[in-house]
Structure formats: C-alpha cells, structure tokens
Design a protein around this ligand. Structure first.
Ligand code: GLU
Length: 329
C-alpha cells in the first residue's frame, strides 16, 4: 500500500514536472509581440504576415512570437504603438513624419517623442479609382460626387484631404465624402454605391484588382496638375509616382496613371526593448530574400534603400543590427 502510494506520488510529480516544464521553458524563451497592419486586403497585412511567418518559424533563433493584427491603418498604428497597445506598426512615411513633428493629426497631441523607426518597405501610391459611368475623368470632377476618402485612422484619408486642399476643393462641402475602410471600397464601387475611392497602397493590391475586375467598368483618375505639383513641392514626404497599369489589365487605362506617393515604413516605440527590436530587425534583414518571395511589392526591396524615408530616430535595437552588418557605419 505504502509502496503504491509512493509510486503514485512519484508519478504525479513526474507529470507535473514534465508538463509544467514545457510552458515555463517556452515562456522564458519567447516574447510575444503584435504588429499593427491595415485592412485584410491591403499590402500591410501581407507585410505583417510575412514577418510573422519568418519569425514564428524560427522562434528558437529570434525568441519572439509574432501576432498580426488587422487595423484601420497608419494613424491607428502610430497611436496604438504610442499607447503601448501594439509593439510594432506599419506606417506611411508621411504619417511617421507628421507624428514625430506633431503635425496634422498630431497637432493637438504634440510631437510623438517616443516614436522610433526601424526600416521602410515598398512604395505606396495614392490611387483614385472611379466608375467609367461617373464622368470623373480628372481630379476636379470629384466635386459633387460620392467618394470614399478613407476611414479615420487610415493613411489615405490624409492624402486625399491634402490633395483636395491643394486643389482648392472643400471636401466637406463640395462632395459627399465617406469614411469607409479600404476593404469595403471595391464592393461599394462595384455595386454603384459610391462613385470613386482613394487608397494609398503598394502594388499589386487585392482591393484594386477586385475593383478593376468587377461588373462595373472603372478607371484610374490621374492625380496631377499644378495644384498637385505644388503639394509635392511643399511636403518633403511626397514624390511624383505612377500606378503600374501592368497589374490591372481590366482597368480602362492603357498607360501608367500619374499620382503621388509615399513609402510604407516599420515603426515601434522607444519603450520596446532593444533585444526585441534587434531580433525583429535581424529577422527581417537576414531573411530578406524569403520575404521578397511573399509579395510582388517586396521584389524591389534593397537593404540600403530600406533605411530611407525614416523621420523618427532609429530604435537602438535596430541600430545595433545595422552597425553589426555595416549598413550604418
Ligand atoms: N497605406 C494604408 C494606410 O496607411 C494601408 C495600405 C495597406 O494596408 O497596404 O492606411
């Protein structure tokens, strides 16, 4: 009796030891972090997913577990990273600049002093898609139309408002502006419930493909002219760009459509530890070839260029990696 009790207790201890030792070990090894992205049909979501895939597959090397969250976009991500709700966020370069300087959306809040840059990714152009039957052929034709200018929290909303202001159009009075999420735009346009929508995004993009290949014939509206040239000259984060038509064979346009562009960047907070930021930076750069294979928008990425378009100070964890590999002297 005594003997069997002894064995039962020993067995019990054995189980407790084996099972409790697994989670404790895993916990000690991996830090859980979340990346804020954008709508599920955007490129940010793919960027986050690609980083997550690489890091989670090699969690023994990087000691990180990445979760990816679909969010409202750039502005949401900056604010969530600053609030400590997310460790990382994909953010348009113009938004990073404005947050650091306390401009536009951050005018009331002031400079976001703890915002830190890690790197930049693909270029994103401001896309304006309109139904062929709407009569919207140039930017000024948006007057009186029903347009999704982007949800609050998105990057495109600021870009479309900048373009309206530069071209002397009062977006609150001169048109019927909607603040819908990018995921909803293509269907709304196809169903005839809006005339046009804006989306600042990398290419090729699923939402734009959906919009251009639906039942309603659509086209890209050129965003160009003196007012847009003035806008690009005024702000350091805007550059002239074209929407590569090769990705959207079903759109009416036959040539690349002119517009302006920014870059997608990767941000964090000064409060996130150097070790965590070092690990994620290393994961991105050491596996860049694999990352490039995960979306055509990444194909053109070059390590040196990934340190451009950053206006927040580079996080010390990322800096350590860049110095180690000679990307920064
Ligand atoms: N540029 C968009 C934004 O900041 C998101 C684009 C994407 O999800 O790829 O809201």
């Amino acid at each position: 009796m005594k003997k069997s009790l002894f064995f039962t207790i020993a067995l019990l201890f054995g189980f407790v030891f084996i099972f409790s030792s697994i989670p404790i070990e895993a916990q000690a090894k991996s830090t859980f972090v979340t990346i804020g992205t954008g709508g599920v049909t955007g490129v940010y979501y793919v960027v986050g997913g690609a980083i997550g895939k690489i890091v989670n597959q090699k969690k023994d090397i990087y000691n990180l577990r990445v979760t990816v969250e679909s969010t409202g976009g750039s502005v949401f991500n900056v604010n969530a990273v600053m609030a400590g709700d997310l460790e990382f966020g994909v953010v348009q370069s113009d938004r990073q600049f404005q947050a650091v300087k306390g401009q536009k959306e951050w005018e009331a809040l002031g400079p976001q002093k703890d915002l830190r840059a890690i790197c930049s990714f693909h270029p994103e152009s401001v896309v304006l898609v309109a139904g062929d039957d709407t009569g919207i052929e140039k930017f000024a034709d948006l007057k009186g139309k029903h347009v999704n200018i982007g949800n609050p929290g998105s990057g495109q909303r600021g870009n479309s408002i900048d373009a309206f202001e530069a071209c002397g159009i009062n977006w609150e009075k001169d048109l019927r502006a909607e603040g819908l999420k990018a995921d909803e735009s293509a269907k709304m346009l196809n169903d005839g419930r809006i005339d046009a929508f804006f989306y600042t995004v990398g290419h090729p993009n699923g939402s734009i493909k959906e919009a251009t290949s639906g039942g309603r014939k659509v086209h890209f509206v050129p965003i160009e002219g003196k007012c847009i040239d003035g806008l690009i000259a005024k702000y350091p984060y805007y550059a002239k760009a074209y929407i590569p038509i090769k990705h959207y064979a079903m759109a009416r346009n036959k040539e690349d459509s002119p517009t302006f562009a920014v870059k997608a960047t990767f941000c964090t907070s000064a409060k996130v530890s150097d070790d965590v930021v070092y690990a994620i930076t290393k994961a991105i750069f050491d596996n860049l070839e694999e990352l490039k294979g995960l979306h055509p928008a990444f194909e053109m990425l070059k390590k040196e260029e990934m340190l451009q378009a950053l206006s927040a100070p580079i996080h010390p964890g990322a800096l350590k990696y860049y110095k180690e590999v000679g990307l920064i002297k």
